[in-house]
Every structure is written in C-alpha cells, then in structure tokens.
Design a protein around this ligand. Structure first.
Ligand SMILES: C[S@@+](CC[C@H](N)C(=O)[O-])C[C@H]1O[C@@H](n2cnc3c(N)ncnc32)[C@H](O)[C@@H]1O
Length: 292
C-alpha cells in the first residue's frame, strides 16, 4: 500500500459524486423509457480488475456469468473469451448494449453471450452461477434482497469496489490500479466475493449417531453466512459455535459433555440436511429435516 493512500471514504466519495451526476442524467432516450442510471454512470472496470473478479469467482466453462449494469460488456466478454463461459449482460443504456453485442460478434462469442437493455431490478437471475457487479452502494443494498431470493445457494457474487451493505463479503482482495487514482482517489481497487448461502433458519429435527446418538433438535438463526443456535440431544442442550454457511454447506462446532469439541458438517438440500459429526474417533452420520 502506498503512503498517504486515501481511505475507502475518499474512493467512495468521488465515485459517489459521479454517481449522483449519473443518476440525474437520463439514460439514452428509448421510446417510452423513463429509467435513469441510478446504479451509476458508465465507468469501465480496468481489465486487470475484470480478470481478478473472474479469477476470484473461479469462472469455468460451465458457468453462466451475469453482469448487472454491463457497460461495454467487458466482464461477460472476458468470461467468454478467456474462461469459455456463457453469459448475459444487462444495461439501461441501449448504445452500450449495442456496442457490447457488436464486440461479441467481432470476438466470435455471440453464440455464448448476449447483452440486453433492461433495468437491473427487472433482470431474471435464475440462470446465473456467477454475478458480476460494479454498481453504486445504494443500488447494491437495494438489490440485496433480490439476490438472496433469486440466486441459488453456491452462486458466486463478485463486485468491483462496492459492498452489499450489511451482508459482508466472504473474501476481499486488493488490485493495484494507479490508473484509477483520479477517479477513485485510491491506488488500489477492491474485489469482493460472496457465496450465496443456503437458507438454514428454523427448527430442525433429526437423528445422529454422535454422542449419545438418537434424536436431535436444532434451533438455527441465520444472518447471511453466519449461523447461531442451539443443539438439543440426549446429552443436553448446547450452543453452537463458529456456525457458517457456504453455499449449500453448513458447519458448526459444539462442546461435548465429557470435554472437547465436535464439528458438525452438512449439505443442505431445501428442508433437509445431512452430513457428518467429526470429533474424537471416527466420524459419524447425522441428518435433519426442517420442522418450520
Ligand atoms: C460503473 S458502470 C459498470 C460497467 C461494467 N459492469 C464494468 O464493470 O465495466 C455501471 C453501468 O450500470 C448501468 N446502469 C446504471 N443504472 C442502471 C439500471 N438501473 N439498470 C441497468 N443498468 C444500469 C450504467 O449504464 C453503466 O453502464
């Protein structure tokens, strides 16, 4: 990090100022359209940040990459040319959409990617396995409930610089971008990664062959990828420690009545989860179903 680097506040304030101006600016006029660029003006992500985003999301040929506010299409185009993925970009600006589709044809990837004019709030996210974003913080927070409702557990979200409000990233890396200093007031760009967590909130009943075996009950409360709660089984009731959900995987630890710790690991499939209890000795199986 360079001396005297401005804070994230500096980075945000300059882009936010640009965003406020952009939000006031009507998108390219399209018959009957009222939409504004309230996700931010077109500011392209530097190519090395694009590559860092796609690498952090570990994009593979089987992925379907969506960019909300796709600009000139560079993120989806790079996903197709370098990672052989498929994808779609949506942007409110018809001129940018046309430019991105023309680039797809020129690069020979028009069969795998396309760009459409649409407000990001209307986008159908059901095909996405990777979601790429470079949108202003207000729009990021506004879209957060949509992401949690529509994206499948395990979908990777990567964002250039801006976060999803109270849903903290699973990982953040910094990429040196001195060329962006005049815009952002920072020498580096942040790239954030979130893995969409399965929903595990609720009461679960099941059985396991762990300590004392037999019936078990789990009361889980969830805040994004963090899980808290209590496990009740024949040996008594214990609080969960270090509970996390990563995609469809859930993991937590509990104290054993005789001392020591057990780690419970499971894969969530809707209202059912099943997995292993790892402690001293051999791992044993457990499973549970959501009661409500
Ligand atoms: C900061 S640029 C990012 C462009 C591209 N994703 C990139 O990283 O290079 C934000 C883009 O979002 C688009 N945009 C802003 N508000 C939007 C909205 N409500 N719906 C769709 N696109 C929007 C703008 O036209 C602009 O191209």
């Amino acid at each position: 990090m360079m001396n005297g680097e401005p804070t994230l506040g500096g980075r945000r304030s300059r882009f936010l100022a640009a965003g406020a101006a952009g939000a006031l600016m009507l998108a390219a006029p399209v018959a009957g359209a009222q939409e504004v660029k309230d996700g931010g003006p077109f500011v392209p992500t530097p190519h090395k940040v694009v590559e860092a985003m796609l690498d952090l999301a570990a994009v593979r040929p089987k992925d379907f990459v969506m960019d909300l506010g796709s600009g000139d299409g560079r993120i989806v185009l790079t996903a197709a040319t370098r990672h052989k993925a498929r994808g779609i970009g949506v942007d409110i600006d018809q001129e940018l959409v046309d430019r991105a589709n023309a680039s797809a044809r020129r690069l020979g990837v028009a069969g795998r990617v396309k760009f459409v004019r649409q407000d990001v709030r209307q986008a159908d996210l059901s095909r996405a396995t990777v979601l790429a974003l470079y949108l202003l913080p207000g729009m990021m927070s506004a879209l957060r409930p949509k992401f949690l409702a529509e994206l499948r557990p395990g979908t990777r979200i990567v964002s250039h610089d801006f976060e999803l409000g109270e849903w903290k990233p699973d990982r953040t890396i910094e990429v040196e971008t001195p060329e962006k200093y005049d815009l952002s007031g920072a020498w580096t760009s942040s790239v954030h990664l979130w893995i969409v967590p399965a929903s595990v909130e609720g009461s679960w009943r099941g059985s396991g062959a762990g300590e004392n075996g037999a019936r078990l009950e789990l009361e889980l409360s969830q805040s994004y990828q963090r899980v808290q709660g209590r496990l009740t089984r024949a040996g008594g009731r214990v609080s969960l420690r270090d509970g996390v959900v990563e995609g469809r995987g859930v993991r937590f630890s509990v104290a054993r009545s005789g001392g020591g710790t057990e780690t419970w690991i499971a894969t969530v499939d809707g209202d059912r989860m099943s997995g292993e209890i790892r402690g001293e000795g051999a791992a044993s199986k457990w499973s549970a179903e959501r009661a409500r």
